[in-house]
Write a protein of this length. Structure first.
Length: 259
């Protein structure tokens, strides 16, 4: 987590560059190099999407090569949405951290805290799904609970309690940008946690509304992800720089010299 905080400060950035490689293997290898090289100066983190690698015959090797090619001071969040328990989750954690070399992961907490614990290694960051960006109104996540609130509210509470308990690691939330009101509600419930925020760009999330709703008082606490908007851009570096500057327009940026 300290790696992420340091990177946010030194790069003056909350931009997470999503890596969802599409195309044939030769084109992907070339494009991956271009995207990482062109966007590294503006990235607070990179987020390779596991499915886009595993769908390839050489997917694990490509993923390892991708992680090794990212500058070592930039955190890598493996977006696998892992959702199993016990020894199975332990194997997924070994894959993410020991085989791939990621600094953090995304997890699906549907099976409870047992899903999160194997990934909460010292120094690692776990982003637990709370409110995803695929549907503004979600039949499962928005379902009301008899004790009050929704399932997404309860998922956020679980992550907050685990973040408080697991002091050597960090547990944050995945909160989509497609419903800023929910971002604000979850920020009120989890004032200190980091949110990984998909949904800006191709999914139509409102950047300014999301930042107003989710930024912490210190002007941080959000990682704004862009995947297709950067990968498919003619100039990935220009697209990353533009989004970084737009994000910084809405936040109090502390220069590295005074951080």
């Amino acid at each position: 987590m300290q790696k992420l905080i340091t990177r946010v400060q030194t790069a003056n950035s909350l931009l997470c560059v999503g890596l969802d490689p599409t195309g044939d293997d030769a084109a992907v290898a070339q494009r991956m190099h271009e995207v990482i090289t062109e966007t590294a100066a503006y990235a607070a983190a990179f987020k390779p999407n596991l499915a886009f690698f595993l769908s390839r015959e050489n997917g694990v090797a490509l993923l390892q090569q991708t992680v090794r090619s990212i500058p070592t001071d930039i955190p890598v969040i493996l977006d696998g949405k892992f959702g199993d328990i016990a020894n199975t989750a332990e194997q997924y954690a070994r894959f993410a951290y020991d085989v791939v070399g990621a600094d953090g992961v995304t997890v699906n907490p549907y099976m409870g805290d047992d899903t999160i614990r194997p990934f909460a290694r010292p120094g690692k960051v776990v982003f637990s799904l709370a409110k995803t960006s695929n549907k503004p109104v979600h039949g499962l996540q928005d379902a009301a609970m008899t004790r009050g609130g929704s399932i997404s509210d309860w998922a956020a509470r679980l992550a907050r309690l685990m973040d408080e308990e697991l002091t050597e690691s960090t547990v944050g939330l995945v909160v989509g940008a497609t419903e800023p009101a929910t971002v604000a509600k979850l920020r009120a419930a989890c004032p200190e946690q980091w949110f990984l925020v998909p949904g800006i760009g191709a999914q139509g999330g409102d950047l300014s509304a999301t930042l107003r709703a989710g930024l912490r008082k210190d002007g941080s606490g959000l990682l704004i992800n862009s995947s297709r908007g950067i990968w498919q851009a003619k100039d990935a570096g220009a697209a990353a720089r533009e989004l970084q500057e737009e994000i910084n327009h809405y936040r109090a940026v502390t220069s590295p010299q005074h951080a």
